[in-house]
Design a protein around this ligand. Sequence first.
Ligand code: B12
Length: 318
Amino acid sequence: MNKIRREQLEKVLPSTWFDNKRQRELLMLDIQPFAEYLEVSRRYQSNRLFRAYLSWLASRFDVFNLTRKQFWTLVKELFRIVHGANLPKEKFPIDTPPHNAIQDSPLASEAREFLDALLEGSAEKALSMSLEWKHTHNLDQVYLHVFQPILYETGYLWQTGRISIATEHYITASTQYAMSQYYPDLFATPKHGGLVLAAAPGEAPHEIGIRMVADVLEYKGYRTHYLGGNLPESEIVDAVIAHSPDLIALGITLPIELTALEDVIQRIKGDERTRDIPILVGGQPFNQDPSLKEKLDADAYGENLSDAVQKAGELIDD
Ligand code: B12
C-alpha cells in the first residue's frame, strides 16, 4: 500500500478546477486520508467503510461545485497510485449524505429548537432550554434524542457546505457546555454497579460519543473513570492496570482510528493482569459495519446509548 505524496495529489487535483487556492487546500484535507481509508477497509475486509468514505468525499466535491466525472477521475487516479490497480467502481455506489437524525428523533421538536437557537448564535437560549429539560426529561433521553441528533445534523450541515467550520465548532462547544449542566445529576445517582473505564483510542479529537456513554453509565449507577481521547494506547492500558475496572468501554468515530483501537484491545487481551476484563466497543464505524466487532476481538458492541447500557449490564453481570 503506497502513501499519496503531496506532489502526486497536486497533479491529480488541477488548480483550474477551483475558483481559489483555499478551496483546493480544503479539498486536499478531505482527500489526504484516502490511502488510510483504503488500508483500513482492506485490513478489516470492509467494503462498507471505503464506500462510506467515498460517498462522503463525493459530497465534499459537490460543495466545491465539482462534477461527478471529476470526482471519479480523481478517485480512479488515487486508487491506481495507492493500490496499483484499477478501481472496481461498481463496488462503490455513492450514497447521499444521511440527513434524518432530527426528524427520526422522538424529541424532534426540542432538537430542532435547540439547534435553531445555536444556528442563530444564541447559546444562551439553547442552554436555558436544556436546563428546563432537566425537569421534564431524563438525562439519557436528552443526550440520545436531542444532543446526538443535533450533532449528526451539524455534521451534515458542515459536510454539505451549509455552515462554516466555525459554526460547527460553536455548536459543538455549546452542546458540550449543555452536557456539563447535567453533571450534578449524574454524579448524584446511587452507585450500585461496577467500575467502567472509558476512553477513545486514536489521535482524532472526537470524544463526545464515548463521553456520553460514560456519563449515562454513571447516571445509571456505575462508577466511571473517563479518560477522553487523543492519548497514547499504552496510557489506556496502564490506566486499566492501575484501576482494575469491571468493564472497559472504547469508542471511536473515524474508521482510520480502528487500528489504534485494535492495538489497545490486543494489549489488554495479551496481558494476564487485564485479559479477563470485558471490552465493550462502539462508535460510527461499527454502526456502518457491525461485523467489525468480531474482527477486533471485542466482547460486545453497542450501537447507541441505550444499547451501551444494556450491553454493559450483561457484561458486568456475567
Ligand atoms: C463534534 C465533531 C467534531 C469535533 C470533535 C469535538 C470533540 N471533543 O469530540 C471537532 C470539531 C474537533 C471535529 C473535527 C473533525 N471532524 Co468531526 N464531527 C463532529 C460531529 C459534528 C459530531 C460528533 C459527535 O459528537 N457526534 C455525537 C455522538 C453522540 O455520536 P456518536 O459518536 O455516533 O456516538 C454514539 C454511538 O456511535 C455510540 N458510541 C460511540 N462511542 C461508543 C463507545 C461505546 C463503548 C459504545 C457502546 C457506544 C458508542 O453511542 C453514542 C451515543 O449514542 C460529527 C458528525 C457526526 N455524524 O457525528 C463530525 C464528523 C465525525 N467529523 C468529521 C470530520 C471529517 C472531521 C475532521 C476530519 C474535519 C472537520 N470536520 O473539521 C476533523 C478531525 C481532524 C483530526 N484532527 O482528525 C466527519 C467524518 C466523516 C468521515 N470521514 O467519516 C463527520 C461525520 C462530519 C461529517 N458529516 O462530515 N469534529
